[in-house]
Design a binder for this molecule. Structure first.
Ligand code: GLU
Length: 476
């Protein structure tokens, strides 16, 4: 979404970058080296469909190769263009640095409306796009590793992985050429939910520190907080589901393509998702009130606003009317640079995209490691862990028998304690640790330096320092 008189998405990212860099003391020239996109490749290819040749335009932008492989999703949307993939690639660089995923930043996109094609047609198009990228090493386990993004998912990643394997029949690490694959094609448990799960973990960490809660003029915990989510795609759906089911938050608004749903009581996220699958939109959903002008719901009263759809949805035209004291950017770039300034002046706290949605690439990192190590996480230690826990349980059981009515183990304790961690538990634990640690590094800056007045600047500072350090280590 672009609004008149506002910079483009890439310019908006650059403006935010510049704000942070102004507070740093980088060697001359390094700032520009980090900011600019190294290369953007445009590929145009034809696919024979329905009796004629259709020409498609795709991009893969490489923002920074201070670490390789470079990493970032592939988006399928009619809105894809060079400016957008470059902005998204830049965000990938900062995101990976912030959460210590050892990658440079990249992003790809194909200008297509996937809903207009049959599955077998999408497969042909995806395989051809993958071929064009792979033959230029823009898909490669040690150079460039794509992942899902808007409009793509496990299915497309499986096609890409298979296409790469066909072109590189002796590469033992071929599966690591792309992440976000289905479990049966080399994927990892917990990747689909990862970005939404990361949003949940980010909010949990925010509510662990009173200073942060105070900054937003809030109190208490996630329990009972009224949440509006924009976009019930993979990220928005999982974030809203986990927050309502596990943290007691109330989903009071859901904004979708065809309008929005609002309700005093928490909306059943799964029921809405099922409704969308069946009816193509939220209109007519029985459990809430339908609002035709969906975007207006961004301005409704709530505690937490989660934009989880497109970039630029909070912009100069609506920023001053946003009431939420806390915004968490589950999408990439949902707040323009101009809107960011207005919101900062109002005292709105924004948990920035490069941190808030980093759960996806974090679990992609785990998947890539799994593919390179050729073994599922937890396979070696799970039963050993269970056997050791059994020893403790046996001892406690002896105590329980001895003490009779005076003491006994809590119900379910045995069963819970006995269970060794499988891959899903390990992935969630690694993700939680990553989200906490990265948040803490931003928090330290936010509260520790008077010149840092917002979390976005703090996030940029932490990540630019890391990127700069790796350039220095390379002798640049
Ligand atoms: N597309 C996601 C993002 O914007 C995931 C990228 C990845 O897993 O490499 O962060």
């Amino acid at each position: 979404m672009s609004v008149k008189n506002e910079p483009s998405f890439r310019e908006s990212v650059d403006l935010m970058f510049n704000r942070a860099v102004a507070l740093m003391d980088l060697p001359p020239g390094l700032e520009e080296k980090i900011r600019v996109c190294n290369a953007t490749y445009t590929v145009r290819f034809g696919v024979r469909l329905r009796g004629s040749i259709h020409t498609f335009t795709g991009y893969r932008s490489v923002h920074s190769e201070h670490m390789e492989p470079v990493k970032g999703g592939i988006r399928y949307s009619m809105g894809v263009n060079q400016d957008e993939v470059e902005a998204l690639a830049a965000l990938m660089t900062y995101k990976c640095a912030l959460v210590e995923a050892p990658f440079g930043g990249s992003k790809g996109g194909l200008r297509i409306d996937p809903r207009e094609y049959e599955e077998h047609e999408l497969e042909l198009i995806t395989r051809r796009f993958a071929y064009e990228l792979a033959k230029r090493d823009l898909i490669h386990p040690s150079q460039n590793v794509p992942a899902p993004d808007m409009g793509t998912g496990e299915r497309e990643m499986a096609w890409i992985a298979d296409q790469y394997s066909r072109m590189n029949t002796t590469d033992i690490n071929a599966k690591a050429c792309v992440t976000g694959k289905p479990l049966n094609a080399g994927g990892i448990s917990g990747r689909v939910e990862a970005t939404g799960r990361g949003v949940q973990y980010a909010l949990q960490e925010f509510f662990r520190d009173k200073r942060d809660i105070d900054k937003a003029g809030m109190s208490g915990t996630l329990d009972g907080k009224r949440v509006i989510v924009q976009g019930l795609g993979n990220v928005g759906y999982h974030a809203a589901k986990f927050l309502s089911e596990e943290d007691g938050s109330q989903i009071v608004g859901i904004i979708e393509r065809d309008g929005a749903l609002v309700s005093e009581k928490s909306i059943d996220v799964d029921a809405v998702r099922d409704w969308i699958v069946k009816h193509g939109g939220v209109k007519g959903f029985p459990g809430a009130t339908y609002v035709e002008n969906g975007v207006s719901v961004l301005e409704e009263d709530c505690d937490i606003l989660i934009p989880a759809a497109l970039e630029g949805v909070i912009n100069l035209s609506n920023a001053d009317r946003i009431k939420a004291p806390l915004i968490i950017e589950a999408a990439n770039g949902p707040v323009t640079a101009g809107a960011d300034e207005i919101l900062r002046d109002k005292g709105t706290v924004i948990i920035p995209d490069m941190y808030a949605n980093a759960g996806g690439v974090t679990v992609s990192y785990f998947e890539w490691v799994k593919n390179l190590s050729h073994i599922r996480f937890g396979r070696m230690q799970r039963r050993q862990e269970e056997a050791r826990h059994q020893l403790v349980i046996d001892e406690l059981q002896r105590l329980d028998d001895y003490l009779g009515d005076a003491w006994s183990m809590s119900p379910n304790f045995k069963q819970k304690y006995l269970q060794g961690a499988g891959e899903l538990e390990l992935v969630r634990s690694g993700l939680d640790d990553t989200m906490r640690t990265a948040y803490q590094s931003m928090r330290e800056r936010w509260h520790g330096d008077d010149k840092v007045t917002d979390l976005r600047t703090a996030a940029y500072l932490v990540s630019i320092e890391k990127v700069a350090a790796s350039y220095r280590a390379k002798g640049l």
